[in-house]
Design a protein around this ligand. Structure first.
Ligand code: BTN
Length: 242
């Protein structure tokens, strides 16, 4: 299988365009939507994703879900893919559960995966942003600690070349994920984790803010947090506050 690529100079969001243009996709392909710039880049939890022109990667992998796929861990697969691409450049990135990529404790990449029902099929849009040549003036607009490969190394990178690396790596990972699921990726995911057992953390799920410490990530990708009463609490989604 190959990935078909559609590139835009300017777009509202590489996650929005495919959802508005479903008839541009056929059932048996993966399409990668990329853009030089996003005017309405979106992050998780209704956050904005800072998307200035020709500085970063803004990319969304789009495909129709086949019946047997469990896509709950697709964002984690995408973050592993970003880690592999970034490691090839000599960095040592880490993953903050579930799918943020950090360098020196600051966010360099995030994933936003969404699904839309089309008659009896589900169409998946797996979006990723990676800060590549973003200078500090642009990074200052982000209200959380963030960085770019340029800030970390002082070097500028060829964005097109990095998109090709990301695309090839995703195809390779997704092929294995489609047949064997997340389990084979779990050891690599654990190896790249930012969190260490016993370190205090706050965690927000749909219910409330939890206080405790990091315990572990299970092979299904879920998080175990140790609560002050000694109980382990298991989460499938939510956000860690360090
Ligand atoms: C996050 O960590 O909050 C998720 C960020 C996801 C950003 C990417 S950039 C490409 C795609 N298009 C969007 O509007 N968002 C995702």
């Amino acid at each position: 299988m190959q990935i078909r690529r559609i590139h835009f100079e300017t777009i509202d969001s590489t996650n929005n365009w495919p959802k508005r243009n479903l008839n541009a996709f056929s059932i048996d392909e993966i399409v990668l939507i990329t853009a030089d710039e996003q005017t309405l880049g979106r992050g998780r939890y209704q956050n904005r994703w800072e998307s200035p022109p020709k500085q970063n990667i803004y990319a969304s992998f789009c495909f129709f879900e086949t019946a047997h796929l469990n896509l709950g861990n697709l964002p984690k697969l995408l973050s592993i893919t970003a880690v592999q691409m970034i490691e090839k450049l000599g960095f040592s990135p880490k993953i903050k559960w579930p799918n943020d990529v950090l360098i020196s404790g600051k966010k360099v990449s995030g994933c936003l995966c969404e699904g839309v029902f089309v008659e009896r099929n589900k169409f998946i849009v797996a979006g990723i942003g990676i800060n590549i040549n973003m200078p500090s003036e642009s990074l200052q607009k982000i209200n959380k600690p963030a960085t770019s490969l340029y800030i970390e190394s002082g070097k500028k990178y060829d964005i097109e070349e990095l998109v090709r690396t990301l695309q090839n790596q995703f195809l390779c990972n997704f092929t294995s994920f489609s047949s064997d699921g997340f389990k084979p990726f779990w050891p690599r995911y654990i190896e790249k984790l930012y969190h260490q057992q016993g370190v205090k953390m706050s965690f927000r799920d749909h219910e409330k803010l939890w206080e405790g410490s990091f315990h572990s990530i299970l092979s299904d990708g879920s998080l175990n947090m140790l609560l002050p009463n000694g109980q382990l609490k298991n989460f499938y989604s939510g956000e860690i506050f360090l």
